[in-house]
Write a protein that binds this ligand. Sequence first.
Ligand SMILES: [Zn+2]
Length: 381
Amino acid sequence: MNHRFLGLPFEWWYPVVWGIPYPIWTVTWTILGLIVGSFLNVVIHRMPREESVVTPPSHCPHCNQRIPLKHNLPVISWLWLRGRCRSCSAPISPRYLGVEVLTGGIFLLTWLVFGAQQPEVALALSLLFAGFIAATFIDVEHLIIPDEITLGGVVVGFLLSAVAPGLHGAETAAQGLKASGLGIAVGGGVVYAVLRGGKLLFGRQRVGLEGTRRVVFHESGLILPSGEIPYWELFYRPSDTVRCHGKRIELSDRCFRDQSVEVRLAATPAELRIGNESLAAEGEPYLAVETDRIDLPREAMGLGDVKFMAAIGAFLGWQATVFSLFASAVLGTAIALVLIALGRQQWSGRLGYGPYIAAAAMIWVFGGRQWWMEWFSWPLR
Ligand SMILES: [Zn+2]
């Protein structure tokens, strides 16, 4: 053991750490988790809206009144104010309470499992799980995981692997960094391979356009008010269809009104249906549709998940990414089956893939790793 922390050998820190009774550390760690949860609420709300997570200080989204520290205590304030803003009484989502309790609970669990033997590993894992919570809530609401979380996670995971090589079952900083680098490459690589080649899971995404807007099928991609989506992301199987109801449909040489539009560019020949009329899409250089919502064939995974899995590899190593890929597919299928049984299958198309990956990686940390090490005897470190 030649770990160092803040430049000092770990042995130097033991009396500092263990001079304080273990239960006090446990309580401190849980409270820290609640405070981190409170910060995650800010991240979940602001990061996908590209607002700073630091300034301005917390304010009520309804009346803009600044929330003083004494009314911004995790859990306690929400319960004390019964989920309402102190100045305008507007309800504050129970999600705020839920995220704080969840983060505190996960910090506590991580500490109880890893804290006594490897406090530095407990610290690094708690940070990873905090990232999972933010990624999950943002992905469910916005179907994206911000780069700050995924690419930030890659960098932080790599650096922490030097401080806490125990994350990878390694002894030295150099071994930790090597395992982390391999995890980043394999994690990003396998998801990218599935995304481009396998098309393992798929769904459909309905995009509301906030009023009637103009969408254009351009040479190489679909232009939505929110930006351009390249065709290779939309059309892979012949059956992949972009659907909408057009209030006004413009081709280069004619116009339609109030017709359904279906576009299948991976079909041979590429197909364009307007109402009951089927046209060869090849011959149409231009198509613009005014519509208020559009259905896109959606890959269950996106480039955000490639970066997300790379971050998991940075923290947990390459085996964790392979395990998480398969375990998340199993979880996703199981949940889809439950939703179908409940007659709620339309919900499954609404879920991004990130939450399944995060859940699978947590299963890895709290048992999957053990299982893997027992079943696969080939050298893995
Ligand atoms: Zn208010």
